[in-house]
Design a protein. Structure first.
Length: 448
């Protein structure tokens, strides 16, 4: 693939429409109109993180993604800790989106069970993920254009009937508390920022397709940066449009389907049905893209001998005709199905905290890689070094601090992620180190 094909797959994994219609309503329920500030903060945080991904992906264009970057700069133990966090995030990502699909299929087929629909979508995406990567790139590209059209329609409806100024949400955010509107707390905005990180996450996922890109060290960085721009613009602007265009803020903040109700009120039932179908297709498209990414990730872990010899051998099997890592792709799909029984609200917060921890690790990797010279061969070098990764670290630690202030879900999410890190390090020292030094391998090493 070249930039266009990789960009289509990357943006499909980000899935702007699915993020807006599935993840953003959860932000609104957490922080009310403070969801606007949460998304702005997450968008600003995404800038230094994207530059970090761009440089490290250029230096290490390997399907394993983050754990390969961290392992080659901070050492194999740190790399395996990130691998553990990424495994959990990769299992949860497709499930978060698939569980929201039934809401947008309801206008067409009401009464669908959310879990059954999610399992069916993941299974379909897994089977499709075994096909050739170029085929999947163009399939996801067609669906991506459809979902961007749906977001454009939502934006127009919101800005055609502005009910309140944007400054009101920026300066005086409110949330539903005790059935009435109350000021949004700092902790609520911080917790929502963690979930907003998930909504924007995916611009760096081009690294998972780097081994299938033409001249990857040169073009993967540009793919990541373009993906960031499209992601932030296509998610933030429609969200602003709905928040400023909603006639009754109390009804919007208490709605179980905030954006669907907004579409019905502004465009009518028929229009809402069309947009809902577009969003459902976007979710299917996103799950396909994420399963493709996760399949490449698991393939890389097998090549790096991260598991038992039998599992490693299975993960590195490629399809004779399509050249896809079909066993690893099946593993990605099965693991996503396995977590369909976890509540969606908890999955959102859990994944947000996990991504924040991963971003901290890659930011440190960018700093250490430059200072030690391990990433000096990168074809792309970020500007304003070291201030971009340092500013990203400050913002990320602030997000994790605000998560810790929320004992109900934010603190629990951080604790679970740190337990995963400790368990990963224990596995590394007890199992992998006993077999000798854990050596990270690339495609050239595997060929050799």
């Amino acid at each position: 693939m070249r930039v266009v094909g990789a960009l289509l797959l990357t943006l499909s994994g980000v899935t702007p429409a699915s993020s807006v219609f599935v993840a953003v309503p959860q932000l609104i329920s957490q922080a009310g109109t403070g969801a606007f500030l949460a998304m702005v903060l997450a968008g600003l945080l995404a800038v230094p993180v994207a530059y970090v991904y761009a440089e490290l992906s250029s230096a290490f264009p390997i399907a394993g993604g983050e754990y390969c970057m961290v392992g080659r700069t901070l050492g194999p133990a740190a790399g395996f800790a990130v691998l553990g966090v990424t495994v959990m995030g990769n299992m949860l990502g497709p499930t978060v989106l698939a569980l929201g699909a039934s809401t947008y299929l309801a206008p067409i087929v009401p009464g669908l069970d959310a879990r059954v629909v999610a399992i069916a979508i993941i299974a379909l995406a897994t089977l499709s993920g075994i096909l050739h990567i170029r085929t999947n790139a163009w399939v996801t590209g067609v669906f991506l254009l459809l979902e961007l059209s749906a977001l454009a329609a939502l934006t127009v409806l919101g800005f055609l009937h502005v009910s309140r100024p944007l400054s009101e949400m920026a300066l005086h955010p409110v949330v539903i508390s005790g059935g009435t509107l109350a000021p949004t707390s700092l902790a609520a905005i911080g917790l929502a920022t963690s979930a907003a990180i998930y909504a924007f996450n995916g611009y760096g996922a081009a690294c998972y397709f780097a081994e299938e890109m033409h001249e990857a060290p040169r073009v993967v960085a540009h793919t990541i940066l373009w993906a960031l721009v499209v992601t932030v613009v296509s998610e933030l602007i429609p969200t602003i449009a709905v928040l400023v265009g909603a006639t009754d803020m109390h009804s919007l903040l208490t709605s179980q389907n905030a954006f669907g109700d907004f579409l019905r009120a502004r465009g009518g039932d028929a229009f809402n049905t069309i947009i809902s179908l577009s969003v459902a297709l976007a979710i299917i498209n996103a799950v396909l893209a994420l399963v493709l990414q996760n399949g490449r990730f698991f393939y890389s872990t097998g090549r790096d001998n991260a598991w038992t010899n039998r599992v490693n051998a299975l993960f590195t099997i490629t399809h004779v005709r399509f050249h896809s890592p079909w066993v690893a792709t099946l593993a990605a799909g099965i693991s996503a199905i396995a977590v369909c029984y976890v509540p969606l609200e908890f999955l959102l917060v859990l994944t947000g905290a996990g991504f924040a921890i991963t971003y901290v690790a890659v930011s440190l990797a960018a700093l250490v890689g430059r200072w030690r010279g391990t990433s000096s061969h990168a074809a792309y070098r970020m500007p304003f070094f070291p201030w971009l990764p340092l500013s990203g670290l400050v913002a990320l630690f602030y997000v994790m601090y605000t998560n810790w202030l929320d004992p109900a879900s934010g603190r629990l999410s951080l604790i679970i992620n740190f337990i995963v890190i400790v368990a990963s390090l224990a596995y590394y020292h007890v199992f992998l180190r006993r077999r000798g030094e854990w050596v990270l391998r690339g495609p050239d090493d595997a060929a050799g």
